[in-house]
Design a protein around this ligand. Structure first.
Ligand code: AQP
Length: 354
């Protein structure tokens, strides 16, 4: 049996200010993975128009996410950084996947339910098909590993379902075209054109919660700016938001068991642990028994230490938009070569004349 070559892919939407959740759940992992893997990181601007069609300045937002990637430590020369709309093969493969996937699969997605609310008949078709485009983003590179926050787990399971159905539906064509590999899925040997993607989710803060409500995830679209720490926040804003973060009246517990039923405490300890590269247990060894009035200043210092250099570098990069545009163009060209090879094979497998 063989294996697909390890390749990492992930994307971030240019839909607003990047926040600590995006950083700890995704971007920090992107940086770590580039040490031992080939990586492709994408600003997913096609996704940005699914929930809201018209954006004040989508180009500026796209540059800002690219700047955040690079400021956080992603190397756009060794790896690939680009924007999705510049590689049209993503949309082309998504169309094929729209025909592979079933509507019921899409309607079951919790993100679709959350974003469409009681208005499911009125939201765009793009919002419903979002996971199919996400599967195409990954599989147009036949990428094997996808670092994401915990909120994206369900979409990655769906990407596996789409890959599996494509592999089965077109099994004969894949073989007769001399494409694909014999892999094992579960216990079963399968001849596969697309790999079964592995989500990379984990660490002490896989889902960073709102600073105002420990039951809601930190999100760009939360109307309250106090709910999130933005990567572009200055020292004063970071301090104010952490000082005002919701807590409960008790001291921090000495063991992680004691965080159960205390979502705000668990969130702040998780954020501290992720920023300090420690486990929650190690953080509680240091701060267990102390009040939030002692813990919050330490968290402010740590957050400022980690985020201030990224903030500074992002501002420097954004002063020279030509440089960022050149990086994205170079990335798109290199990504396009890989994507076009896959699409040519997919066109042959599906039976499109070319
Ligand atoms: N709160 C979070 N904790 C951990 N990871 C998170 N991510 C997002 N929020 C958190 C991860 O960040 C990556 C990029 O996210 P995205 O911008 O593509 O989409 P999103 O999940 O829809 O982000 P937001 O902030 O919640 O945006 P809106 O408000 O527009 O929906 C993904 O890997 C995601 O898991």
């Amino acid at each position: 049996m063989s294996e697909f070559k390890k390749l990492v892919f992930s994307g971030v939407q240019p839909t607003g200010n990047l926040h600590l959740g995006n950083y700890l759940g995704a971007i920090r992992k992107f940086v770590a993975l580039q040490e031992d893997s080939d990586c492709i990181y994408c600003v997913v601007d096609l996704h940005a128009i699914t929930a809201q069609l018209v954006h004040e300045d989508l180009r500026a937002q796209t540059r800002s996410i690219a700047a955040a990637f690079i400021a956080a430590g992603i190397d756009p020369v060794k790896h690939i950084v680009f924007n999705q709309s510049a590689v049209p093969q993503h949309a082309e493969l998504a169309w094929v996947f729209n025909c592979v996937a079933r509507i019921g699969w899409m309607e079951r997605m919790t993100q679709f339910k959350d974003k469409s609310g009681k208005n499911a008949e009125q939201v765009s078709l793009g919002l419903l098909a979002y996971p199919s485009l996400m599967a195409a983003d990954i599989l147009v590179y036949r990428a094997t590993h996808v670092p994401v926050g915990d909120d994206q787990k369900q979409h990655l399971e769906l990407a596996r379902d789409i890959a599996q159905k494509f592999n089965i539906d077109f099994g004969g064509q894949i073989k007769s075209a001399g494409l694909g590999l014999d892999i094992v899925v579960g216990e079963e040997p399968v001849h596969a054109y697309f790999p079964m993607v592995e989500p990379l989710i984990g660490g002490p803060a896989p889902r960073v919660m709102s600073l105002k409500d420990g039951s809601k995830k930190m999100s760009k679209s939360d109307p309250s700016d106090l709910s999130r720490i933005n990567l572009m926040d200055d020292v004063d804003a970071i301090s104010k938001k952490i000082r005002k973060a919701k807590t409960d009246p008790d001291a921090l517990p000495r063991e992680t068991e004691g965080l159960k039923g205390r979502p705000e405490a668990e969130n702040l300890v998780g954020i501290f642990a992720a920023l300090a590269d420690k486990s929650k247990a190690e953080v509680l060894q240091e701060f267990g028994g102390q009040q939030f009035s002692a813990f919050k200043p330490a968290l402010i210092d740590l957050a400022v230490n980690v985020l201030a250099p990224i903030n500074l570098e992002m501002r420097r990069l954004l002063d020279d938009t030509n440089h960022i545009d050149a990086i994205l163009r170079d990335g798109s060209e290199r990504a396009g070569v890989i994507a076009e090879k896959t699409m040519n094979e997919v066109r042959d497998i599906v039976g499109f004349l070319r």
